[in-house]
Design a binder for this molecule. Sequence first.
Ligand code: GLU
Length: 310
Amino acid sequence: MTCHTSGDLQEIVDEVVPLTNDGEVADYIPALAEVNKHDLSVAVYNVRDNTCIYAGDYQKKFTLQSISKVLVLALAIQDRGYGYVFDRVGMEPTGDPFNSISKLETSVPSKPLNPMINAGALAVTNMIKGDSALERWSRIRDFVQRLASDKNVTCDESVAKSEFETSCLNRALCYFMKQHGVIEGNIEELMDIYTKQCAIEMSCFDLARIGAVFALDGKDPETGKEIIPKGIARICKTFMVTCGMYNASGEFAIKVGIPAKSGVSGGILGVVPERCGVGIFGPSLDKRGNSIAGLKLLEILADKNNFSIF
Ligand code: GLU
């Protein structure tokens, strides 16, 4: 695999970086507020020849936050099977914010609408197999290491702790779902695993590499070995299209048109089937929680390269 800087990519970064002035970094998790809001980096991993191009500070690390939801979903379906997972979590997009509790109460039966909102993601994390919280977290970390092909990928303990100590709303979602039989077990243990999975740290290059695995329907781009069964990779990509970009997923499908998942850290994972994986980091967020410059960057990139799957 070869990796080099790209003048073309850098031109797009330079064009959109002023947009970082118009957004804000997430601060409801205190540790996330400490980043520089003008950071912007991108990597594109081409699965056809295993080359990677990048621009900006591509080695800068950031936490996955909600991007982890799509990865843990892939592991949960492998652990439990399709029926078990989707008996407990729905498949429908929601126009509500990612941390909304309102639909949990009004949906009958009471189950989260999809695995990309916090309630659904917490339920999915609860499904990961293991004899202890440590084993369940370790299995998630090891899986992400395989996707990124990087044995050093792990969580940023300080970001995990910062979220763990302030996650009242996510705890409320968990207790509501426990009452309704959607999840079981110890909620503090679940919060420990969930905040660690959200705090998994990597560079935009690692993220692009993960995108490459999805672009190949779950196969490792270098070894050709299956990491995620094809049918499960397909389910994950479909959720990325329908609910990957919060309540801006519809607009994103029209303007960019690829499976993608963003996180409040400012990361975006993009997947162009059979072509490439894209990793972006730009922590200045728009009102709906997506990287403000990252979105524009992806829009320009998609337009120039005819990325849309539609
Ligand atoms: N850890 C974050 C939370 O649960 C993830 C949110 C996100 O990235 O959308 O609030």
